[in-house]
Design a protein around this ligand. Structure first.
Ligand code: MN
Length: 245
């Protein structure tokens, strides 16, 4: 009975792996490499394996490959943007949040292999684990005999770059607040955000936030998180400021 169950479970896992290979458009010569890319440390320890069977070394390599691919993309895509601007864009695109959102968008989090301890504390939705898996997959594609850098790039283009070009995700994560604060320091003006009211239930709140520049009310907005409201106010303020100065 147990034997039958184990066989079925491992068959399920093989089917899942095949499904993922299809999505990645790579028929891995080394299936273990792909499995390693999906393996969080907790899964490896649970299976009483070695640290080297986890995706951490692949993530280390994938991080650099991703940077390389994105920098190339930005360089080609924006021939008129300065290095500083490209660098800001890059840091948004390769950020943990954006990688995690991409993994979720394409439903790749179901392939993450976790130990029961990590599963219990909702590791499958942890941005850092999802981002690490994404980077490790890039490295696995790159290293496999049937993969290579072009296949790795194709994967990044059809997922992360797809998100960048077809959704508002970059705008959402761009640090407008940081930009406004930098501007205020340069101009020696005081910028302040005040939360003036909080309404609604625990998981459905609306925050009203005001922006003050040099102690004068500049604007006001509402959003479901304080951070979003601050981003919105900062973005508006920057567009007005940039026109005026
Ligand atoms: Mn990472």
């Amino acid at each position: 009975m147990l034997h039958w169950l184990l066989e079925r479970l491992s068959k399920n896992r093989d089917d899942k792996l095949k499904e993922l290979e299809k999505f990645l458009k790579v028929n891995f010569k080394d299936k273990k490499l792909l499995k390693k890319a999906l393996s969080h440390r907790s899964f490896v320890y649970y299976k009483k394996g070695n640290y080297l069977d986890s995706n951490e070394r692949l993530e280390f390599l994938g991080d650099s490959l991703l940077n390389f691919i994105i920098v190339n993309y930005l360089y080609q895509k924006f021939p008129l943007k300065k290095e500083g601007e490209l660098s800001k864009l890059k840091s948004v695109i390769v950020s943990e949040e954006l990688l995690a959102r991409t993994v979720e968008y394409f439903n790749l989090n179901k392939y993450l292999l976790l130990g029961p301890s990590e599963e219990k504390i909702n590791g499958r939705n942890k941005p850092s684990l999802l981002a690490d898996m994404y980077e490790a997959i890039i490295a696995a594609i790159y290293l496999d005999k049937n993969g290579g850098i072009n296949k790795a790039r194709e994967f990044v283009y059809s997922t992360l770059i797809y998100m960048v070009e077809n959704t508002n995700i970059v705008k959402e994560f761009y640090n407008y607040k940081g930009e406004l604060i930098k501007w205020s320091k340069k101009q020696n003006v005081k910028v302040e955000f005040k939360v003036i009211s909080t309404e609604g239930e625990e998981h459905n709140k609306t925050f009203t936030v005001e922006l003050y520049i040099d102690n004068k009310k500049f604007s006001q907005t509402q959003a479901n998180t304080i951070k979003k409201a601050q981003q919105k106010l900062s973005k508006e303020a920057l567009s007005i400021i940039k026109r005026k100065f």
